[in-house]
Write a new protein. Structure first.
Ligand SMILES: CC(C)(COP(=O)(O)OP(=O)(O)OC[C@H]1O[C@@H](n2cnc3c(N)ncnc32)[C@H](O)[C@@H]1OP(=O)(O)O)[C@@H](O)C(=O)NCCC(=O)NCCS
Length: 240
């Protein structure tokens, strides 16, 4: 059942989609790709990553993992994430909730050091804003800067959104019946690719700090309002 809060949230979300779409359109008109802050996630984000993945419905779990992963499969996957070795990237909304997560798995095999596998999921309500494509680019840059020359994606052939992202980025697709492998050849790292990664990391940290401050401010305001309403006479103090 749709509650009043859901309706308000949907309106707010719709407004931000419109605003972001507007920014995207005006940036594209100027030939500048929109900047989406993407953070590198660590150990303390495990619970948030789990909540994001658990929210995926059966169809999305099937597309993301290649089978209808149950909650316990997802929990095991999240527990197994190795933040020392792999890279996990995330995009948060203004309330700091993770709305998109990408996993770049580096090969543990020394002979396959030059390969990395990419997997991603974007919350349903945040799709179509370019987050999937930006996470793909961000992961490709990280892979490139870590000496990887081949990033690959294992997707179901029916996953036109994922395969579209890979194809557009220049990946070669190899279809094997219901499954498709996409291979993206990466150029060697350059000073520019290293600098771009540093700048993007700083931008994402700054964005996170601003969102955290704004969230803290809104929480304070809400607490103040609640306190105000709990006073007798709707906030007017009785004269002593
Ligand atoms: C695949 C997924 C990550 C795409 O995320 P997204 O943020 O919506 O993607 P983007 O907004 O970056 O869109 C990328 C492109 O795909 C296209 N696209 C989006 N949904 C599509 C769909 N259902 N069918 C065809 N193309 C689609 C977009 O139009 C866009 O193309 P454009 O750049 O030419 O406009 C998201 O749909 C998802 O989480 N799916 C479930 C999990 C999954 O499939 N993961 C991938 C397996 S590893």
């Amino acid at each position: 059942m749709n509650t009043k809060t859901d309706a308000v949230r949907d309106r707010v979300d719709a407004t931000s989609v419109d605003q972001e779409a507007g920014v995207r359109a005006s940036n594209e008109a100027r030939g500048t790709p929109p900047i989406i802050p993407i953070r590198s996630l660590g150990e303390h984000h495990r619970a948030q990553i789990l909540s994001h993945l658990i929210e995926l419905d059966e169809r999305d779990r099937y597309l993301r993992f290649g089978f209808i992963a149950k909650d316990e499969h997802i929990a095991r996957y999240v527990e197994g994430l190795n933040f020392e070795f792999d890279e996990v990237f995330g995009i948060t909304n203004r309330k700091l909730v993770l709305i998109a997560v990408a996993h770049l798995a580096y090969s543990p095999d020394d002979r396959r050091r030059q390969c990395a596998e990419f997997g991603v999921s974007v919350a349903k309500r945040a799709r179509g804003r370019g987050y999937g494509a930006r996470l793909f680019e961000r992961a490709a840059m990280d892979a490139r800067n870590n000496g990887v020359s081949l990033m690959f994606i294992h997707a179901l052939s029916e996953n036109s959104a994922m395969l579209g992202i890979a194809r557009k980025a220049g990946a070669v697709l190899e279809r094997h019946g219901s499954e498709t492998e996409a291979y993206l050849r990466l150029p060697p790292a350059s000073l520019n690719s290293h600098m771009t990664e540093i700048v993007e990391d700083h931008y994402a940290q700054l964005d996170y700090r601003l969102k955290a401050q704004s969230k803290q401010f809104h929480n304070m305001l809400a607490a103040f309002k609640a306190l105000h309403h709990s006073w007798p006479m709707g906030g007017t103090k009785h004269p002593e």
